[in-house]
Write a protein that binds this ligand. Sequence first.
Ligand code: SF4
Ligand code: SF4
Length: 117
Amino acid sequence: MSCTSRKIDHLRLHIPRFDCIPGCHDCCGPVTASSEEMSRLPHKSDAEHAAALDELNCVHLGPQGCEVYDQRPLICRLFGTTPRLPCPHGRGPDEPVDPQVEQQVHRLIATTRQVLV
Ligand code: SF4
Ligand code: SF4
């Protein structure tokens, strides 16, 4: 397992979870991820990517919400857990993410090659 993969697993564990409004996906859209995170996601064709992008959607958003929830990228996990990425519906964990963890997520994003999910 690469160093980046270990960091991703560590950060995943330390971003608090919370219950979203059932069926809501208002914060989903085109997002980027590192190649390590991409390797954990199912392959999508160029046509599927183009169709999703045309509608400013994420290619993994299905009729029932995120279809890759267990493997969703760090930026999706961070959303709603910090005042800097607030849920528009006021949802979030009891305790926001530790600012150091948030910083580590942004550092990982800034120091890895990011591609459109
Ligand atoms: S974080 Fe908020 S906007 Fe995003 S899916 Fe959950 S409830 Fe909806
Ligand atoms: S990976 Fe899932 S949670 Fe993230 S933007 Fe796409 S559909 Fe939404």
